[in-house]
Design a protein around this ligand. Structure first.
Ligand code: 13P
Length: 250
């Protein structure tokens, strides 16, 4: 039985003081204890939020991480820096990193490996652009992102990886993939994981959907057999919009 996993990706929103106040609101709020919950603030807000969510059931995520341990990497953040703050998980391969900052599969793969080596959970993002969908390439794109990003990741390590399917055309646009279309891709991802690993790994892997998830559509998405959770952007920034997503089943 796969546990529901709802994560909030705050992207480039929330200063440290804003994040601290919002995290306090979340910890005090009535959120479903049966759901695995993670929030991912920007780097400079992590410390403030870590102090609030420490010893609660809300996990702390970073939105990115360097592919290197330390050294001459101006502007980058190392795994040890995130560890010391108390970060539990790292989002890797988000489409905004892939597209705006030109991160490719092998770079992403180095980050996934390094994050796992340091004991972080990883939320590994995949998803196609509108052009790729319209040209009938969803499966090819998602397959090559999976193969490239998960290269040399063992079956045991995969247990610490959540896959987030985020169709690029649905991110921040208000357009959600229909629950049926999303579930089709999730099923495809599960089959690919079976091919790369085995049936046990495929059954166990948590696959989140991301792209304009909100209170109004979360129930329909979550009713699908292969959708195990959500990676939420815009709607994760306010208690009134995030809590009904976490509590969709309450
Ligand atoms: P939105 O929920 O704002 O569409 O963002 C999705 C996303 O990119 C989460 O990582």
């Amino acid at each position: 039985m796969r546990k529901t996993f709802i994560a909030g990706n705050w992207k480039m929103n929330m200063t440290a003081s804003e994040g601290r106040a919002f995290a306090a609101e979340l910890t005090a709020g009535n959120l479903d204890k049966g759901v695995k919950i993670l929030i991912a603030p920007p780097f400079t807000t992590l410390q403030a939020v870590a102090e609030v969510v420490k010893d609660t059931n809300i996990l702390l995520g970073a939105q990115n991480m360097s592919d290197s341990e330390s050294g001459a990497h101006t502007g980058e953040i190392s795994p040890a820096m995130l560890k010391e703050i108390g970060v539990d998980a790292v989002i890797i391969g988000h489409s905004e990193r892939r597209i705006i900052y030109k991160e490719d599969d092998s770079f992403i793969n180095r980050k996934v490996k390094l994050a796992l080596k340091h004991g972080f959970e990883v939320i590994f993002c995949v998803g196609e652009t509108l052009e790729e969908r319209e040209s009938g390439n969803v499966e090819n794109v998602v397959r090559s992102q999976l193969v490239g990003g998960l290269q040399d990741i063992s079956t045991r390590e995969l247990q610490s990886v959540t896959i987030a399917y985020e169709p690029v055309w649905a991110i921040g646009t208000g357009k959600t993939a229909s629950p049926e279309d999303a579930d089709d891709v999730h099923a495809f991802i599960r089959t690919e994981i079976e091919k790369l690993y085995d049936i046990k790994a495929a059954d166990a892997v948590i696959i989140q959907y991301g792209g304009s998830v909100k209170a109004e559509n979360v129930k329909a998405l979550m009713s699908k057999p292969n959708i195990d959770g959500a990676l939420v952007g815009g709607a994760s920034l306010k208690f009134e919009t995030f809590s009904p997503i976490v509590n969709y089943n309450k």
